[in-house]
Write a protein that binds this ligand. Structure first.
Ligand code: C2E
Ligand code: MG
Ligand code: MG
Ligand code: MG
Length: 274
């Protein structure tokens, strides 16, 4: 009996595995057609200076509206796109589209685009960034690329060379989700980042936990020592903002200031605020 039920459990498990694999394969196919079918949109989330409250830039966040699935979260489809390689054309579309849109804004704010580690490893990013800037006429000073530590882990020398060439174009590089990787300090030592994005997870506890506050303080001190400005992600409350201000954080981003939305909606909010 025990054996029979064990076998049944194993079979059940296998079917589930198959289904998950089939779902991923199906999604992978759909991702390849999503660009042609115009299913992607860019949303923007505002970034602000802590000391002046002024807007400093906008982060680009990719949105996928699938005809049957509806809105699919990037947390769910980016991994699939990375596994099947679709992230290369998708990432190129995001970069070009973001630069086209930013070049038409009535202001000179920065635009921050997320880069996948797969793009750093498998695309000639310096050449792509160069040609997209040339095509769109966007000033390199207005473009920031956000990378995570995992970008630098696989082929470190190649990744660092690519980042150096991109920086030489005048484009800035931010390290995203800082503090969540394995070797954050080593990563900071190996490349002159222009910005550190403190991961949202540090803020979740900061109001109630002295330990979390100590971590935030330590990372801000690290940024100060290295002369790299720190932006805190995922700020949701005024208490969090007060702590960040007290501790010398430079920039903030989060639902407290605005959710990601199309640029048209952002501009309406700016006009209303003015
Ligand atoms: P990320 O780059 O760290 O982006 C920040 C995420 O936090 C976004 O989620 C944003 O909507 C969310 N967020 C912002 N403020 C708050 C807040 O106050 N509270 C909470 N709870 N969340 C907040 P989103 O848009 O779902 O994107 C998730 C991740 O997907 C991004 O994390 C990024 O790693 C990836 N991603 C999004 N767009 C792209 C893209 O164009 N290319 C690549 N390679 N990855 C992307
Ligand atoms: Mg990001
Ligand atoms: Mg992040
Ligand atoms: Mg993230």
């Amino acid at each position: 009996r025990a054996k029979a039920s064990l076998t049944r459990d194993i079979c059940f498990y296998d079917v589930e595995m198959d289904e998950a694999a089939r779902d991923r394969t199906k999604m992978a196919k759909e991702l390849w057609t999503a660009i042609e079918e115009n299913q992607f949109r860019l949303h923007y989330q505002v970034q602000k200076s802590v000391s002046t409250g002024e807007i400093t830039g906008y982060e680009v966040l990719l949105r996928w509206h699938h005809p049957e699935r509806g809105n699919v979260s990037p947390a769910d489809f980016i991994t699939v796109a990375e596994e099947c390689g679709a992230i290369l054309p998708i990432g190129e579309w995001v970069l070009r589209q973001a630069c086209i849109e930013a070049a038409s804004w009535p202001n000179n704010y920065k635009v921050a685009v997320n880069l996948s580690p797969v793009q750093i490893a498998h695309a000639d990013m310096p050449a792509l960034v160069h040609s997209v800037l040339f095509e769109t006429g966007l000033s390199p000073r207005r473009l920031e690329l956000e990378i995570t530590e995992s970008s630098i882990i696989s082929d470190k020398q190649r990744a660092l060379n690519a980042l150096r060439s991109i920086k030489a174009l005048g484009v800035s590089i931010a390290i995203d989700d800082f503090g969540t990787g394995y070797s954050s300090l080593e990563t900071l030592r190996s490349f002159p980042f222009d910005k550190i994005k403190l991961d949202r997870s540090f803020l979740i506890e900061v109001e109630n936990s002295d330990e979390a506050k100590a971590m935030v303080r330590a990372i801000l001190a690290l940024g100060q020592g290295l002369r790299i400005p720190v932006l805190a992600e995922g700020v949701e409350t005024t208490d969090q903002l007060d702590i960040l201000r007290d501790e010398g954080c430079h920039e903030v981003q989060g639902y407290l200031f605005g959710k990601p939305m199309p640029m048209g909606d952002q501009l309406e909010i700016e006009v209303e605020a003015a």
